[in-house]
Design a protein around this ligand. Structure first.
Ligand SMILES: [Zn+2]
Length: 134
C-alpha cells in the first residue's frame, strides 16, 4: 500500500472537457506561438471547465515552466495544460517529470492548434481520453 492512495480521489476521475474551455486553450496556444502557453486546469464533477493562469507561470523558451510553489491550495485544480510550438503533442522527459509530480490530467496542444490538435495524459504519462462536452 502506498502511503497516500490517490486512486479514489475524485480528481482522478476527470474524463471530460467543456468545448468552450478547449477553445480558450487553443486560442491561447495560438496567440502564444512561437512561445509556449501554460496554465492549470480546474474541474468540477469530472469536467474540466476553467483555466487557472498563475503569475509564476513562465511561457517562452523551449519549455513551459510551472512553478509549483505558486500553486494555491486549491483542490479543484486537476492538472496542467501547455502548448508545443510544433506539430507534436507527445510529452518530453521534462513533461513526464512534471506530470509525475503533480496532477491527474495533463493536456498538450500542438500546432496548428485546431480543435483536435491535442492529447491528454495521466500522471503516469499514459494517453487518456477526454470527451469534449458542451
Ligand atoms: Zn511539453
Amino acid at each position: 500500500m502506498p502511503l497516500f492512495d490517490f486512486s479514489n480521489d475524485p480528481r482522478a476521475k476527470v474524463d471530460r472537457i467543456r468545448k468552450r474551455t478547449l477553445k480558450m486553450i487553443m486560442e491561447a496556444s495560438k496567440s502564444s506561438y512561437p512561445s509556449e502557453f501554460a496554465a492549470f486546469l480546474r474541474a468540477e464533477e469530472g469536467v474540466i471547465r476553467e483555466l487557472v493562469l498563475l503569475p509564476g507561470t513562465v511561457s517562452g523558451g523551449s519549455h513551459a515552466i510551472f512553478r509549483m510553489s505558486m500553486l494555491p491550495v486549491d483542490f479543484t485544480i486537476v492538472g496542467t495544460v501547455h502548448s508545443h510550438p510544433s506539430p507534436v503533442s507527445l510529452p518530453s522527459d521534462a513533461d513526464l517529470e512534471l506530470f509525475r509530480k503533480y496532477g491527474w490530467v495533463h493536456m498538450i496542444t500542438r500546432a496548428p492548434y485546431e480543435m483536435d490538435c491535442w492529447n491528454a495524459y495521466s500522471g503516469r504519462g499514459e494517453m487518456i481520453d477526454l470527451k469534449v462536452v458542451d
